[in-house]
Design a protein. Sequence first.
Length: 198
Amino acid sequence: MRLEDFIGETFDDPCRSIPIGGDIRDLWDKPQRLRERGKILRSASGKTMVYTQLAYVPGLTATCGVRGVPILTGYMSGCFLFRYTDADGQMRVAHVGTDIDNPEAGDKAKAAWKTIANNPNVTNVMGFDPLKDVTWSLLTKAQSFGVPQIVGYWDVHGIARVAVFATPPLDMSKRILVAVESALMKPWDVIKNDRKML
């Protein structure tokens, strides 16, 4: 199944954070392979989809390989998401965990990302900012269901999308998938000059 097949469905929270033990400052110096594979997205009506959850950790850049199952990450708070081909030819994705409340952590996440993006053996670096790229009409639609929450989503081929869930006001543990949109991918040469990436 594709995430698009779940539009209108209700779930228990599909993007609960992945627990990270210890002090994350010990992990600041380089990108981390932080993901949970084999997770099951299960709607209240019984539909299921196997997916990988890419961690979102403020202050870290989390990565994982694209391996034939959808990848979800979020909820988005202003981070960048990327897709690239690593030095071994593997397509990978990354969540750069900038943190506006902790500039030092945000700077560490961006520095870790730049070790990937500026590596001459890494190619096809494309990214997007889900908070900027989601359309206003979609956010307005989500508000009719509850509080909008944005999730980054790569399909089984690594094509990037933005998914918008809504949290119903009467049950904060549930999420409704409102819609999925294509992401506006930009090359690293453009994004590296974005004010948020400097």
